[in-house]
Ligand binder design. Structure first.
Ligand code: KG4
Ligand code: ZN
Length: 342
């Protein structure tokens, strides 16, 4: 997997509510990373509105791509390939990135490489950790996914467990809405939790029968909603900071427990995290401490590389490209694309 030549990839990401483009060299050297977020637009509606997301992507994608090239001080001619997220995600949103990437690749006569969004999140870890190579374990926690993954090799994954209901980020978003913090819930809960006591309310830790590595967060979310309704019915005032801190602790405990269980069973000396929830300070700290106790090296992307971005897609696209992966002009958006599927 070494090359003397610089392999330059223009990457595009539009699976949810960020329109993003980046130029990445040899998978780890990020020359530009442009993210145009739609969060202020969706905040008005309390969550992502798919139709609006698609429209905003259409409005912004060309400028975002041009800025990524300008920031990298390169042109399309300099690129070796165009990488793009083609799933999973919102179908209309994905289509904008996929169509743009196909049009650019066709017009500039460049190879096209479709990238799995979760593979992108995992690959964000390669960018700032030049020593990180598979195999390692990775806990991917985002708004749409909670996956405990064994990264066997570049592009080769074994999913040990996943959520059976809500994703961790989704639980953050729903609880934030319930306590009136608004969208997106993760960063708002994290901030509120700083003023609260994580041991104030003993929310239940989710138990899932069957696969020990599966997660469940809908029961926890219901427990928070029941707690709030119960307090309201009794005319008691609710302490939002204590709810935020106690809820966050319950999520973090469940995530760390599963990750450590996997380390115990599968061994290995490297553990990584990825996805929007991986930018959460309490989660990062708890994972770091637990890994340190076991003498396991802990990897996490900078917060800006945890939430959706195109640099991570460029990193993943590089390894796919070097592995010979090329997509044709019939590449389509696949909203429920499975990890490891080609
Ligand atoms: O990876 P991401 O940007 O998009 C998806 O692929 O889903 O993740 C977004 C999710 C949202 O649910 C958001 O609330 C959550 O990540 N999130 C956080 C934090 N920042 C973003 N959750 C907890 N703490 C945070 N600081
Ligand atoms: Zn994501």
């Amino acid at each position: 997997m070494t090359t003397n030549k610089e392999v330059k990839i223009l990457a595009i990401e539009s699976s949810c509510d960020e329109t993003a483009a980046a130029v990445v060299v040899n998978g780890r050297d990020v020359r530009s990373n442009v993210i145009s977020t739609q969060i202020p637009v969706h905040t008005l509606y309390g969550g992502v509105v798919p139709e609006i997301a698609s429209r905003k992507h259409v409005e912004r994608v060309n400028q975002v791509v041009q800025k990524a090239l300008d920031d990298a001080e390169m042109t399309l001619d300099d690129m070796d390939a165009i990488g793009v997220t083609y799933g999973p995600g919102l179908v209309g949103a994905l289509l904008v990135g996929v169509s743009t990437a196909k049009a650019i690749a066709y017009a500039a006569d460049k190879p096209l490489v479709g990238v799995h969004h979760i593979e992108g999140h995992i690959s964000a870890n390669y960018i700032e950790n030049l020593d990180l190579e598979p195999p390692f374990l990775c806990l991917v926690v985002s708004g749409g996914h909670t996956h405990l993954v064994r990264v066997m090799d570049y592009g080769k994954y074994e999913i040990l467990g996943r959520t059976v209901d809500d994703a961790a980020g989704e639980a953050f978003d729903k609880v934030a809405r319930a306590i009136g913090l608004g969208y997106p819930g993760g960063p708002k809960i994290e901030k509120k939790a700083l003023e609260g006591n994580p041991d104030a309310i003993p929310f239940p830790k989710a138990k899932v029968s069957g696969n020990a590595y599966d997660f469940s967060f809908s029961g926890l979310k219901s427990a928070v909603l029941n707690y709030i309704n119960g307090a309201k019915m009794k005319g008691e005032e609710i302490n939002e900071a204590d709810i935020a801190a106690s809820f966050q602790k319950a999520v973090v405990d469940a995530l760390v427990d599963h990750a450590m269980h996997a380390l115990d069973e599968y061994g290995g000396d490297k553990m990584a995290i990825a996805g929007g929830v991986a930018s959460n300070g309490a989660f990062r700290k708890a994972m770091e401490e637990a890994c340190e106790k076991r003498g396991v090296k802990f990897y996490r992307p900078s917060p800006i590389l945890c939430t959706d971005n195109a640099a991570m897609i460029g990193a993943a696209a590089y390894y796919d490209f070097m592995d010979g992966k090329r997509d044709s002009w019939d590449l389509n958006a696949i909203p429920n694309l499975k990890l490891g599927e080609r």
